[in-house]
Design a protein around this ligand. Sequence first.
Ligand code: NAD
Length: 491
Amino acid sequence: MEKLTNYINGQWVGSKENHLIDVLNPATQEILAKVPLGKGTAQDVEKAVASSYEAYRSWSQVPVIQRVQPLFRLKSLLEENQEDLARTITMECGKTLAESRGELQRAIENVETACATPVLMQSEFSENIARGVDEFMIRQPLGVCACIAPFNFPGMIPFWFLPYAIACGNTFLLKPSEKVPLTMQKVMGLIEKIGLPEGVINMVHGGKDTVDALLEHPLIKAISFVGSTDVARYIYAKGAANGKRVQAQGGAKNPVVVLPDADIEVTSKIITDSVYGCAGQRCLAASTIITVGDQNGTIKEALYESASKRLTGYGLEEKVDMGPLISQASKERVEKLIQKGISEGAKVLLDGRNGPVAGYEKGNFIKPTILENLNLEGELIKTEIFGPVMSLVKMDSIDDALQFINGNNYGNMACLFTSSGAHARRFRNEANAGNIGINIGVAAPMAQFPFSGWNDSFFGDLHGQGRHAIEFFTQTKVTVERWLQEWTRKF
Ligand code: NAD
């Protein structure tokens, strides 16, 4: 059984922590590896930060055009190894192979976008802001930047930050989720080959103790976090209290509105893909489906039809549409939430509980579930489920739907399905969320756009990806300059 090692200063080194936890395949419960977890990982952080800091001193002086060369090599290596990495994601995280391949494609696109850093971090210059005086602003790197990643996109989320951070001249220290550490373990094996100086990218395994050591370390200048809202809030507060720049993306509860003029067939297919893709374990999964004016239940029937056709199983099998939940604890949590909805008055239209998958009886499976008529005053309507559960709610108008959406504590995504341009425009203008979909079920920003969560879905100012990442990973310096010449002596 592989005991995972850290990647520090270009070497694979064992952790100082002896307590190990199992990394399990969520479909089979096979133990894939063991990962260190506990207070001893703080010593690993100490070692990694020392390496990152030393590497920063010379890496920050390397010309930007040279800093992006290893990223071109990384892109090629990720493409060459995409299938092997996709299988690893599926084995440790549970999603289907097609979903794992798609996730890696998004990672590669971030590497490609970061290759434009020589242009993206260019300066601004104003000549003659006063007689003979010029002023310019440059962007300089921050220093050692750390990333704390969640379990649900092991191959993509570190790439919302990693390529931009190093292209801007910082060094980067990653802590993957202890639930899915194998994908980035493999990626580090590729990073070893791209010609980066030792210490520019380091990786330390662990959990909360590791995170606290990162948040407390004085040499770490910036923290990029993605995970649940409670932890995001904690990271933001503690990181800021320790003087760090922080971007912390949190959880979600994404509403989708279907107007009577939407194309029923296409809409129901897109919505079920959004709700059940990655078994609902996506921060951009549609959760509450608001049907407006569906008097005869046509939309509801189409959603039911589409959801009940989805095949749940082991993600490595090609025909499977939906894999398991990440852990037994997660499965129990989702089952309890379904029960909570029922106790609050919801009716079960499609029940995915107690549906074992043949051949994988020990897997953490819940099949597609639909609850209808949720209590708008209840708890479930406000709670992130992070599982394959669609909650149907009826409303009379787009006004009611917008009022409901804008009372949401989260603000990761809101979507509208319609054939009316006027409704679409109003919705994208008024909905209180940072990522909007119009006839789109997963409004995931491409690498050149910021991943724009709002409210309790994001703590900070600058998001991951694109220009926001360039701004997050640099600090501005303004110089006002005068060179004396004969004519500039006269003020
Ligand atoms: P999580 O918050 O449990 O863990 C995320 C990371 O934080 C892990 O690396 C973990 O080791 C660490 N951590 C966990 N508890 C901690 C604690 N008490 N103190 C310090 N560190 C701690 O999240 P998860 O279960 O891995 O991921 C699922 C969550 O992430 C969902 O809520 C989902 O919506 C959210 N998510 C958000 C986005 C986004 O872009 N907004 C993207 C993906 C996932």
